[in-house]
Design a protein around this ligand. Structure first.
Ligand SMILES: [Zn+2]
Length: 91
């Protein structure tokens, strides 16, 4: 009789995966793009859009303040982790 049972392989426990999923559920990454307007010098942020990058000139959107087109430039992009349960609406 063999001392090692082939029927019950000892798998290492995988405790980390559950933790990661919990965390992903709880926190959502929100990316924001800070935009400056070359016309009225306004500076404001909006939700990040795919294709945004720092110093990009935005030609397909108009300024939030003076509504001028072709005057916007991306100043910076930042992201923050927000607790989805405490997520607040800001506008
Ligand atoms: Zn403007």
């Amino acid at each position: 009789m063999s001392p090692i049972s082939q029927d019950e392989p000892q798998l290492p426990p995988i405790p980390a995966i559950g933790d990661i999923i919990d965390r992903k559920d709880k926190f959502v990454e929100e990316k924001h793009t800070v935009i400056t307007c070359g016309s009225c010098q306004a500076k404001y942020s909006r939700t990040f859009k795919p294709g945004d990058f720092t110093f990009k000139k935005i030609s397909d959107e108009e300024c939030d303040k003076c509504h001028k087109r072709n005057a916007l430039k991306i100043f910076e992009i930042y992201s923050e982790w927000i607790d989805s349960k405490k997520k607040k609406k800001k506008k």
